[in-house]
Design a protein around this ligand. Structure first.
Ligand SMILES: O=c1nc[nH]c2c1ncn2[C@H]1C[C@H](O)[C@@H](COP(=O)(O)OP(=O)(O)OP(=O)(O)O)O1
Ligand SMILES: [Mg+2]
Length: 195
């Protein structure tokens, strides 16, 4: 089996990468499998820049092919916020509930669904020893819900209504999410690029 490192400590991402890549014959390992894994600072101004930073740092540290994911939510009414700050929107403690409550608070006076448009964005970077880093982008369009609903997924999934389904991402099964998500769209492009 082809081993691939996913440069993340996010359990939700790891679950999704395993579901998407293991059927294709990849053996997925993540930073959760290393006790000594390094922390890469996300100092980039874009998802792509941050994905490159994470992929190259981990590929250089472990000398193995590495994919990194930098992703988040862009809300049009908030001029693209929280964007690259999605994980730390309500503070450096990086709490999913606090983050989504901050979004709901900021949109609390906006009741027209057409004014609550948003998208999930996922940038993936792949870095292999001795090769140029490659990047791809995937998106998923939708709306910010007025209150959270659904138990699946992670992060902002309970408040993100997927346009294609008119249900929150957290109400979809993992199979449904993995068919339409920003991460799935980006990974499809990445697999085309590396095969
Ligand atoms: O499918 C998703 N469903 C819901 N929320 C999501 C999704 N995808 C990203 N998100 C949110 C979670 C976090 O607030 C931010 C990612 O931040 P991001 O820095 O890329 O990930 P992270 O810090 O959790 O883990 P790591 O950097 O180790 O990969 O966007
Ligand atoms: Mg992060």
């Amino acid at each position: 089996m082809t081993e691939i490192i996913i440069a993340t400590k996010n359990t939700g991402k790891v679950r999704e990468f395993k579901a998407l890549l293991e059927p294709l014959g990849y053996n997925v390992i993540s930073l959760l499998d290393f006790t000594d894994s390094i922390d890469v600072e996300e100092t980039g101004a874009t998802f792509v820049e941050n994905a490159i930073l994470k992929a190259e740092a981990i590929a250089n540290a472990y000398h193995k092919r590495t994919i990194a994911d930098d992703s988040g939510l862009e809300i049009d009414y908030l001029n693209g916020e929280p964007g690259v700050y999605s994980a730390r929107y309500a503070g450096l403690h990086k709490d999913d509930k606090d983050n989504l409550n901050k979004v709901l608070e900021k949109l609390s006076t906006v009741h027209n669904q057409q004014d609550r448009t948003a998208r999930f964005v996922c940038a993936l970077a792949i870095s292999s020893p001795g090769e140029a880093t490659k990047t791809v982008l995937g998106t998923c369009e939708g709306y910010i819900a007025e209150q959270p609903s659904g138990e699946n997924g992670f992060g902002y999934d309970p408040i993100f209504i997927v346009k294609e389904k008119m249900k929150t991402m957290a109400s979809l099964s993992s199979e449904e999410k993995n068919n339409i998500s920003h991460r799935a769209m980006a990974l499809k492009k990445l697999i085309e690029l590396i095969k």
